[in-house]
Design a protein around this ligand. Structure first.
Ligand SMILES: *Cc1c(COP(=O)(O)O)cnc(C)c1O
Length: 376
């Protein structure tokens, strides 16, 4: 028995679309497959302005460039997240202010954010962990009150919702990931959503490597020049062709993933093992997308024992983020240590179970049986 933690899922049309893309006269971005992928996402989620990028990291870096961060500007970010959430802004010189996770949810604790806001705060970067929405009413309210920008790190959040609104539509900007480990993939890829026209206009320049190429192409200027900071972040056409095939199969993939997520949840409910682990808590306002299934173990020792026990049974289970406020790079820059107990708890105790569309129902049952067996 071998159950991999993740395996990318091919739905069928990837090869066909990919080879069609190779027959086009251009394979840079912005061709017909890129346009169809953009169209798909915009019409399904009501986005007005979306750009495909080479990764979610690239989308976040674009967002950071658009924020026009100056030395001393602060951003509020969760500590319990992937490094790209903060690297993108640290690259521009932002000072990182870490928010703790909630008590029973890895997302940043919205109630603790206001005390972190200073006159230098520029933006709040909520990460919807596992596609479970952050408390966006509180976060948007604070942003409005203090005149801050909100950038959603929606890397996990395709087809996930906050009340009736899709994640990615709630901040001024949002970044999605189509990395191999996410629900929908094209190998490496991402998308930047711009919900604020101020950023939407400037994004054309950043994404055109700091030039006014778009204005030139539209005949609005007679020269094509360097007009600001920018970089090369656009997704190429063959990748977009692969992505389109995956997007067209989104409902199929989501149905499978949700079924497995629900199977995990119900098999691990009422096991009499509540002293050893707790199950994900999904707030009322969130409709998640089965991006991650996790347990929160009662201790790090128990979490590590489960990882080892499951490995012996042929199951690859995994911990997740190491809190960034404890990372070597951050602690080396800091004078005094930061203590964020909930983030640290998730760092020590969170265990992810295999969740991908290649699993079979029996695999999920085997995993939950093994967990129960190990803990008994
Ligand atoms: C995966 C991930 C990213 C980075 O996505 P890439 O597409 O690999 O750049 C950023 N933030 C979070 C929370 C992620 O999980």
């Amino acid at each position: 028995m071998h159950i991999p933690f993740n395996k990318f899922y091919l739905i069928g049309k990837e090869e066909t679309y990919f080879s069609q893309a190779l027959k086009e006269s251009k394979i840079t971005g912005g061709g017909k497959f890129s346009n169809q992928s953009v169209q798909f996402l915009c019409s399904r989620y009501g986005f007005n302005n979306l750009h495909l990028t080479t990764s979610c990291t690239a989308a976040l870096e674009t967002a950071a460039l658009l924020l026009d961060i100056q030395a001393g500007d602060e951003i509020i970010v969760p500590s319990y997240t992937f490094v790209s959430t903060v690297n993108a802004f640290a690259l521009r010189g932002a000072k990182l202010v870490f928010a703790d996770s909630g008590k029973d949810n890895p997302n940043m604790d919205a109630a603790g954010i206001e005390q972190l806001i200073t006159s230098r705060t520029k933006a709040i970067i909520p990460v919807h962990y596992g596609g479970v929405a952050c408390d966006m009413d509180i976060i948007s309210g604070l942003a409005q009150k203090h005149n801050l920008t909100v950038v959603e790190d929606a890397a996990h959040s395709i087809d996930a919702w906050y009340n009736n609104r899709p994640l990615g539509s709630l901040g001024d900007m949002a970044a999605f990931s189509f990395h191999e480990t996410k629900n929908i993939t094209c190998g490496e890829g991402g998308a930047l959503v711009l919900n604020n026209t101020f950023f939407a206009e400037r994004a054309e320049i950043v994404l055109d490597k700091g030039t006014n190429r778009k204005a030139f192409a539209e005949g609005k200027t007679d020269k094509y020049e360097w007009v600001g900071l920018g970089s090369s972040y656009r997704m190429a056409e063959p990748t977009a062709a692969f992505l389109l095939a995956q997007l067209e199969a989104l409902d199929t993939v989501q149905k499978i993933r949700k079924e497995f997520w629900n199977n995990y949840y119900s098999a691990l409910t009422d096991t009499g093992l509540q002293d050893f682990f707790s199950l994900p808590v999904v707030p009322q306002y969130a409709k998640h997308n089965a991006s991650v299934f996790y347990l929160v173990c009662s201790s790090r020792t128990l979490r590590d024992k489960l990882i080892t026990g499951l490995a012996v049974a042929g199951i690859a289970a995994a911990f997740h983020y190491q809190p960034l406020h404890l990372s070597p790079f951050y602690t080396a820059m800091q004078q005094k240590p930061v203590v964020l107990p909930h983030s640290e708890k998730f760092g020590n105790c969170l265990l992810r179970l295999p969740l991908h569309a290649n699993l079979r129902t029996d695999d999920v049952k085997y995993v939950t049986d093994q967990i129960i067996k190990i803990l008994n």
